[in-house]
Design a protein. Structure first.
Length: 188
C-alpha cells in the first residue's frame, strides 16, 4: 500500500469517528427527551422539531443532515399525521436534494445511507416531494392547519406556485369544520 492510500484511509476513519461521536451525543440527548412518558414530557414533539430545524439550518454538512434525518424519523414515529411532521419531512428532503453532490468518501457514505433510508419512510415511497405533499393534502383536506402546511410546502418546493398556494388556503377557509371545541366555519 502506498503512503497516500494509507493517509486517505486514516482520514476516512477519523471522519467516521467524528460522525460516530456526533451520533453518540445526539442519541444521548434524544434518549433523555424521548424515554419519558407523555405526561411528564408534554413538549417532547416540539423538542424533536426544534432539534431537526436547528440541525437543518446550522450547516450544510451531510453529517449534520444525518443527525437531522434521525430526528425527522423520530418525529414521524411520534405523530406522522401532524402538520409539523410533514413540514420537517418535506423541508429535510428538499434541502438534501438541493445540496451539491458529495465529494469525500465520508460524504458519499452519509449520502448513500440517507438515500437507502428514504424508501423506508412510508410518506415518500416512490413519490416525489410534490406528490407526497398532494397525498398529505388528500388525507387532511378538512383541516386548515394541514392545508396551510401543504400550501407552505408547495411554495417551498416550487416558488412559481405562490398563487396556487395562496388560493389553496383561501378556498379552504369556508370549509373549516369544528374540532375540539373550536368555532365553526368562517363566514364571508
Amino acid at each position: 500500500m502506498s503512503i497516500l492510500t494509507i493517509q486517505k484511509q486514516m482520514l476516512l476513519i477519523s471522519q467516521l469517528c467524528y460522525i460516530i461521536k456526533q451520533f453518540f451525543f445526539f442519541f444521548l440527548w434524544l434518549y433523555t427527551y424521548l424515554n419519558c412518558n407523555n405526561s411528564s414530557c408534554p413538549g417532547r414533539r416540539s423538542e424533536v422539531q426544534m432539534l431537526s430545524h436547528k440541525l437543518l439550518t446550522i450547516t450544510d454538512s451531510l453529517e449534520t443532515h444525518l443527525l437531522s434525518f434521525e430526528a425527522v424519523k423520530q418525529l414521524l414515529r411520534l405523530d406522522a399525521e401532524n402538520p409539523d411532521s410533514h413540514r420537517c419531512l418535506i423541508k429535510f428532503f428538499h434541502k438534501l436534494g438541493s445540496m451539491p453532490a458529495p465529494l469525500t468518501d465520508a460524504e458519499k457514505l452519509v449520502w448513500s445511507v440517507l438515500e437507502a433510508e428514504r424508501p423506508s419512510i412510508s410518506q415518500l415511497q416512490e413519490k416525489t416531494l410534490s406528490e407526497a405533499n398532494k397525498v398529505f393534502l388528500g388525507k387532511h383536506e378538512e383541516s386548515l392547519m394541514h392545508i396551510v402546511v401543504v400550501a407552505e410546502m408547495l411554495y417551498t418546493l416550487e416558488h412559481t406556485k405562490k398563487l396556487e398556494a395562496v388560493k389553496l388556503i383561501e378556498d379552504s377557509c369556508n370549509k373549516v369544520m369544528p374540532m375540539n371545541g373550536a368555532l365553526g366555519p368562517v363566514l364571508a
